[in-house]
Write a protein that binds this ligand. Structure first.
Ligand SMILES: Nc1ncnc2c1ncn2[C@@H]1O[C@H](COP(=O)(O)OP(=O)(O)OP(=O)(O)O)[C@@H](O)[C@H]1O
Ligand SMILES: [Mg+2]
Length: 439
């Protein structure tokens, strides 16, 4: 409970946290040491010095009292005071009561200690920080004493604190610099990993502490393996598809030579379907490898183009909403293919299609809604798998589909650090496909 509350104020970044871990102990040590020191200083040292001073003053006081006459006592005491480096004069017109500056904490101890055993002490005047003035009542007359403050309080009490603070600050700065150097490799690794998650392969060089190096090496291995994997998949699928095309073409030629029988026409349709499927495989296999590098893309512009092309093909496609603006680092052709797949499904399974796009801070959300039958919730995951077509009976007339459209779209979304979500359209009643992509 308390920690959850505390967590809200904690920095999120590694840098901030490390800084906190670093600074909290330093500050705590300084505070503790300062408190202990100040206490020792104010109470112990001052107390001892005040006691010594009291003995000297007591001697002066006693000398006055034991003189043959008051005169003799005072002149004897004055000589003694000179020897002790204390200024002394008779008469007590000075301060009537104790006085000190409000921030003069050691003054409290001084005043208290002196009062404790000097019976005749009337006033301790510390209003001048460098001088202590005492007014003492003696049976033989009132007199005043003055001596340097540093005889009773150690000089420059703040010096240690200042030194400590200064070195503490210096060490913190040095530690910060070291820390930054240590954290930079981690940040570089996370940037490379993030970029790769979005389908970009940025150059990354292993550096930093042993653990970071290990993670970096593991990341590079992983990246290389995934890239190899994709490459192999592309190569295999496109190789197979390509190799199958030649016999298919031969088959088609052979069928054409057979004449115009009804059976032949059906066979030709089958061959055409197979070609389309092969094209689908090729597209799927290439979905990641295609299009090369990312470029600055305008998400709204992309949607308008897709809508325009669909309208020109006679589809009922409208753009309902364009929210926000900005550009994104994408492979525009891949995104365009993803949108076309979704729009193609929407016009194939419904009649009206509505498109919208929301350009957010860190992501872009396209939605494609239609008024068709939609996909029941339990079948949505299934629909996104490659080669899966739902209820073939439902759309028997469409023999063309391979069942790859949604799989390719989801793949493209993932390679752009996003995802494809299927849901129900509140407005139109059919499917609502949401394509979320990182900017
Ligand atoms: N807008 C939609 N409305 C209803 N059902 C849909 C919709 N979009 C997709 N489906 C269902 O999900 C299945 C998978 O869709 P997907 O786009 O992956 O394949 P396809 O459209 O059948 O073939 P392809 O797109 O490869 O030509 C479809 O067969 C269909 O049953
Ligand atoms: Mg489709």
């Amino acid at each position: 409970m308390f920690f959850a509350w505390l967590k809200r104020f904690m920095p999120n970044g590694l840098y901030g946290r490390a800084a906190l871990i670093l600074i909290v102990p330093i500050v705590t040590i300084q505070v503790v040491v300062s408190i202990i020191f100040v206490q020792r200083y104010f109470s112990d040292v001052t107390l001892q010095m005040a006691r010594n001073m009291r003995v000297e003053i007591g001697q002066i006081d006693a000398t006055i009292r034991t003189g043959q006459t008051a005169e003799a006592g005072f002149s004897e005491a004055e000589r003694l005071a000179r020897g002790l480096d204390i200024r002394m004069w008779r008469g007590g017109a000075g301060a009537a009561g104790d006085a000190r500056v409000f921030y003069d904490f050691s003054g409290i101890v001084v005043t208290r200690t002196l009062h404790q055993s000097l019976a005749g002490l009337r006033a301790v005047d510390l209003s001048d920080l460098s001088v202590v003035r005492l007014v003492i009542d003696n049976p033989r007359g009132t007199y005043e004493l003055a001596f340097d403050r540093n005889r009773i309080t150690a000089r420059n009490p703040h010096q240690l604190l200042v030194y400590m603070l200064a070195t503490g600050l210096l060490m913190t700065v040095v530690a910060f610099l070291f820390l930054r150097n240590q954290l930079r490799p981690i940040r570089r690794l996370s940037q490379a990993a993030e970029a790769f998650g979005r389908g970009r392969s940025v150059p990354y060089r292993i550096s930093g502490a042993a653990e970071v190096r290990a993670a970096g090496a593991a990341f590079l291995d992983m990246r290389a393996r995934i890239e190899r994997h994709i490459e192999q998949r592309t190569l295999m699928l496109s190789g197979v598809s390509h190799d199958l095309r030649t016999p298919l073409t031969r088959l088609k030629l052979g069928l054409a030579m057979l004449g115009d029988g009804e059976d032949v026409a059906a066979l030709e349709r089958d061959v055409d379907d197979m070609r389309r499927m092969l094209d689908g495989f090729l597209a799927f296999a290439r979905s990641e490898a295609l299009d090369g590098d990312t470029v600055e893309t305008d998400p709204a512009q992309l949607l308008r183009q897709a809508a325009n092309d669909a309208q020109r093909a006679g589809q009922m496609v409208t753009i309902r909403d364009v929210e926000g603006e900005g550009t994104a680092q994408w492979r525009p052709r891949a995104i365009r293919r993803a949108l076309d797949n979704l729009i193609g499904n929407a016009v194939a399974y419904g009649r009206h299609t509505e498109l919208s796009v929301a350009i957010l801070d860190r992501a872009v959300r396209y939605s494609v809604e239609d008024d068709g039958p939609g996909i029941p919730e339990e079948l949505r995951d299934e629909a996104m798998k490659p080669f899966s077509r739902l209820e073939p009976a439902r759309n028997q007339d469409r023999t063309s589909g391979v069942g790859l459209g949604l799989a390719i779209t989801a793949d493209i979304a993932r390679s752009h650090g996003g995802s494809l979500r299927l849901g129900r359209s509140e407005r139109l009643g059919g499917l609502k496909a949401e394509l979320v992509l990182a900017r």
